[in-house]
Design a binder for this molecule. Structure first.
Ligand SMILES: [Fe+2]
Ligand SMILES: [Fe+2]
Length: 293
């Protein structure tokens, strides 16, 4: 039966999608432990180092990224202790999360056969870097949480691609044929969306609530009381303008007026902002190249 022949697609809600997930993608245990430690008050550098020492492959990847031109360190960082001292726990959390997420999804099934994962990761890292840049520029207190939210905001699409491939293929066809955003197309097919599915996965991974909520709400039409949501929408828009649109989205870029108003930026700031964003995109590409090597 094709999706069009099915009597009602609205039965395919979040519970249904999750019931199709046979084997949950999990972060490496050592990464989960590190992320928990980095969020816990009173964690010592020694504790982190002891955990990292149990996984030399992870340590190598983390150090490779920390020493990439993305972070522009004046001299080489040779161990995790030095990395924590120079970059701090929060930046290190972004690095551990990035390398772990890439290795978790590497080699997993792309069952729909239609979803472009290379584009997906370019969009995810691009959003992460732009989101962190904007959060820093606008004086938000935890820009690294923005990086994680940007990196993971569309992660639900990977779950859909692997576990509900027939629906995923249909959504991608609809988006392309009707020039829709992925979100609008999936809402026609399912009674849920990739934001909810992604938030569910991140809850399972026990990531901080702020990141989980940011992912859950990145398409929501609720109030933009939280300025971080407005920043996330604007980051997504800038990605589209710069040609690193979300994989599967086929609509034109349009500026979310509510988000723009919430940011309280001036139109004349836009040209210089777009120039700075170009630098962020270059940096994102560098980050991706090192993180996936
Ligand atoms: Fe999205
Ligand atoms: Fe996106």
């Amino acid at each position: 039966m094709t999706i069009e022949q099915q009597p009602s697609t609205s039965a395919k809600n979040l519970t249904w999608v999750l019931s199709q997930v046979e084997e949950l993608p999990t972060l490496p245990q050592v990464a989960t432990r590190l992320l928990a430690l980095m969020d816990a008050p009173g964690t010592s550098v020694k504790q982190l180092q002891d955990v990292v020492a149990r996984d030399p492959a992870l340590a190598t990847k983390v150090l490779r990224l920390v020493n990439s031109s993305y972070y522009g360190m004046p001299s080489r960082i040779s161990d995790i202790q030095q990395a924590v001292v120079i970059l701090g726990f929060k930046v290190l959390r972004s690095v551990v999360l990035s390398t772990s997420v890439f290795s978790t999804f590497k080699g997993r099934s792309t069952a729909s056969g239609k979803f472009d994962r290379t584009l997906f990761w370019h969009h995810s890292i691009g959003t992460a870097c732009i989101y962190r840049y904007l959060a820093t520029k606008l004086g938000e207190e935890d820009p690294e949480a923005s990086f994680a939210t940007g990196l993971l905001h569309d992660i639900g699409k990977l779950i859909m691609d692997e576990f509900v491939p027939e629906e995923m293929a249909y959504i991608l066809e609809e988006a392309e044929g009707k020039k829709l955003s992925f979100y609008d197309a999936e809402r026609m097919v399912l009674a849920t969306d990739h934001a909810q599915i992604g938030a569910w996965l991140l809850e399972k991974w026990k990531l901080p609530t702020r990141i989980v909520d940011g992912v859950r709400q990145h398409h929501g039409d609720g109030s933009l009381g939280d300025r971080m949501i407005a920043i996330a929408r604007f980051a997504d828009y800038l990605c589209k303008v710069k040609g690193i649109a979300a994989s599967g989205s086929c609509e034109e870029a349009h500026l979310d007026k509510m988000a723009w108003a919430r940011l309280e930026m001036k139109r004349e700031d836009l040209p210089s902002l777009l120039r700075e964003i170009n630098r962020e995109i270059e940096a994102a590409n560098e980050f991706l190249a090192v993180a996936t090597r």
